[in-house]
Design a protein around this ligand. Sequence first.
Ligand SMILES: Cc1cc2nc3c(=O)[nH]c(=O)nc-3n(C[C@H](O)[C@H](O)[C@H](O)COP(=O)(O)O)c2cc1C
Length: 143
Amino acid sequence: MSKVKVIFWSGSGNTQAMADAVANGITGAGGEAEVASFSSISPADAASESVIAFGCPAMGAEVLEESIVEPFMADYETKCSGKKVALFGSYGWGDGQWMRDWQDRLVAAGASIIGGEGVIANNAPDDDAISQCEELGRMLAQA
Ligand SMILES: Cc1cc2nc3c(=O)[nH]c(=O)nc-3n(C[C@H](O)[C@H](O)[C@H](O)COP(=O)(O)O)c2cc1C
């Protein structure tokens, strides 16, 4: 099995901690994981992966980070039909609207969301959120 890429953006480390937990879930299930930032991969290379994970916190007003992640995803959406995508990210004061919008965009673009919905954590991921990220990693390893 090829390495599963776990691509993330994180301003203050919370989504990065989630990315590490997703990677631990992948390796714990016998897979290989590669954790990397959005700026290290092109949308086309990401779309060449049949299974991939993306993490981004709620930013702006319930949107993705706007300078790197939003343009990346707008491009990726033109290329991701048939791909299996796991989503995760941290939020502060909202109710997860950015994640519902992110899921809806990818489903409309023809991708399927592993686990049915993205994993969200309020600020720094607590034990429950870390467990959910590890479970997401197990699902990625088996996808
Ligand atoms: C510029 C900015 C905009 C934000 N906008 C939202 C928002 O719209 N909704 C929300 O729930 N949290 C919002 N937050 C809170 C972050 O999502 C939260 O602090 C999160 O834990 C950051 O994750 P990170 O450590 O991976 O960067 C915002 C934070 C910043 C700095």
